[in-house]
Design a protein around this ligand. Structure first.
Ligand SMILES: NC(=O)c1ccc[n+]([C@@H]2O[C@H](COP(=O)([O-])OP(=O)(O)OC[C@H]3O[C@@H](n4cnc5c(N)ncnc54)[C@H](O)[C@@H]3O)[C@@H](O)[C@H]2O)c1
Length: 374
């Protein structure tokens, strides 16, 4: 194969956003789209009059026009469409979140495991910011020592009411399965997982429609504990303007802080020694440390095109994926756990009880339907 024939399923805002980037991706040949909304199809045809149009994903997948599909529909459809693509021998790139529930992601992963020859990637473009790759390298190399605490404020996701009104599926249990945790924060939660692994417990204060006329969460304050005893705080909101994008990772031997301004830098404080050792060996009451503080400029930024190029390169040349879609289950699980913990007012253990979460979501959808019909 010299080029990858690409089909896009779902050509709404993001699907068309991706299509506009395709000219920057080497080895990608845009051949087909599937959507039911004629207005969205027409917008694609304005610039791509030769693209093949299908009214269903099944028709596109069975057409023989594509080697790979990009799934950019509302989230609930992601696993079923990924399974459709994989079972029909197509490489799949799925938008975030990879699924709404951990159970649906697990079912998708089971199918993916049967097709190891197919490339299965997720649109977690924030992983392509060299800053996060460098931070991960530092943590994995043990340069911060054992991680003790992470703090993440992800409130740069402001959305007005008009945004929520822009699509009937948005901000509903039935159409989206959650709010800020399912739509905006999958990127941050994916990085949280990527850097820290899965937590062992999650507690959360979840505000449903606190600042907007919506039924799902628009503000979250969650606390996490990790298997090694580390603790975490994760704060998310779509109601703060200007918001904050701030991360602090504290280890036994060093600390990293970073924010989105500037988005290519972080501050690394090397304590020069283990604080745990110091705590037990210091003879004086207020020991000092010689911290070396550096501002690290990693350069570059996150780009969707990096994920597309990586996906195409993986298909054509076997390049390693930045974001294997099978890893997407972990950010879904953390989001599910935060919602469950917040709604039930109790600490949730991970691995998540997938059936219990399905029951909770079904209950939320049923209650929402009943309210609308009353
Ligand atoms: N990676 C990112 O930075 C990023 C940014 C925005 C949105 N997204 C993700 O992209 C997805 C789509 O979001 P959006 O804002 O473009 O939504 P949207 O409502 O603008 O577009 C969704 C499109 O999917 C179509 N669709 C729905 N079901 C379909 C089906 N079964 N088959 C074919 N087409 C179908 C709709 O008709 C619509 O045109 C979401 O999952 C969202 O989380 C990712």
């Amino acid at each position: 194969m010299k080029e990858v024939r690409y089909g896009v399923i779902g050509v709404g805002g993001m699907g068309r956003g991706h299509i506009n980037m395709f000219k920057e991706v080497k080895g990608l040949k845009f051949t087909a789209i599937a959507d039911q909304v004629q207005e969205n199809i027409d917008k694609v045809l304005e610039d791509h009059p030769d693209v093949k149009v299908f009214k269903s994903a099944e028709d596109l997948v069975g057409s023989g026009e594509c080697d790979a599909i990009l799934i950019a529909t509302p989230h609930y459809f992601h696993p079923e469409l990924a399974i459709l693509g994989l079972e029909n021998g197509l490489h799949v790139l799925v938008e975030k979140p990879v699924a709404v529930t951990t159970k649906a992601a697990a079912q998708m992963n089971e199918v993916a495991a049967k097709h190891p020859d197919l490339i299965f990637s997720a649109m977690f473009q924030m992983r392509t910011n060299p800053k996060w790759a460098k931070i991960k390298q530092i943590i994995d190399a043990g340069m911060l020592g054992e991680i003790r605490r992470i703090h993440w404020t992800a409130t740069k996701w402001y959305r007005p009411q008009a945004y929520y009104a822009s699509g009937g599926w948005r901000a509903t249990w039935k159409g989206e399965g959650g709010g800020v945790l399912l739509n905006q924060c999958p990127h941050n939660i994916d990085l949280l997982y990527w850097l820290m692994g899965s937590p062992s417990t999650v507690s959360a204060h979840l505000s449903l429609g606190k600042h907007h006329d919506i039924e799902v969460e628009d503000e979250v304050v969650a606390t996490l504990t990790y298997p090694n005893g580390a603790v975490g705080v994760f704060i998310a909101s779509t109601s703060e303007l200007p918001g904050t994008d701030y991360t602090e990772i504290v280890g036994d031997k060093g600390k990293i802080t970073t924010s989105s301004e500037p988005n290519d830098q972080f501050i690394w404080e090397d304590f020069g020694k283990s604080i745990r050792t110091l705590t037990y060996e210091a003879k004086e009451a207020w020991p000092k440390i010689d911290t070396v503080k550096s501002v690290v400029t990693a350069g570059g930024d996150a780009k969707h095109t990096h994920i597309h190029q990586n996906f195409v390169n993986a298909i054509l040349h076997g390049e390693e994926l930045f974001a294997p879609a099978t890893e997407g289950i972990y950010s879904v699980e953390i989001a599910n756990a935060m919602i469950m913990a917040g709604i039930q007012g109790k600490t949730v253990d991970l691995p998540l009880d997938q059936d219990a979460y399905e029951d909770l979501l079904t209950k939320l959808i049923t209650e929402s339907d009943a309210k609308k019909n009353s």
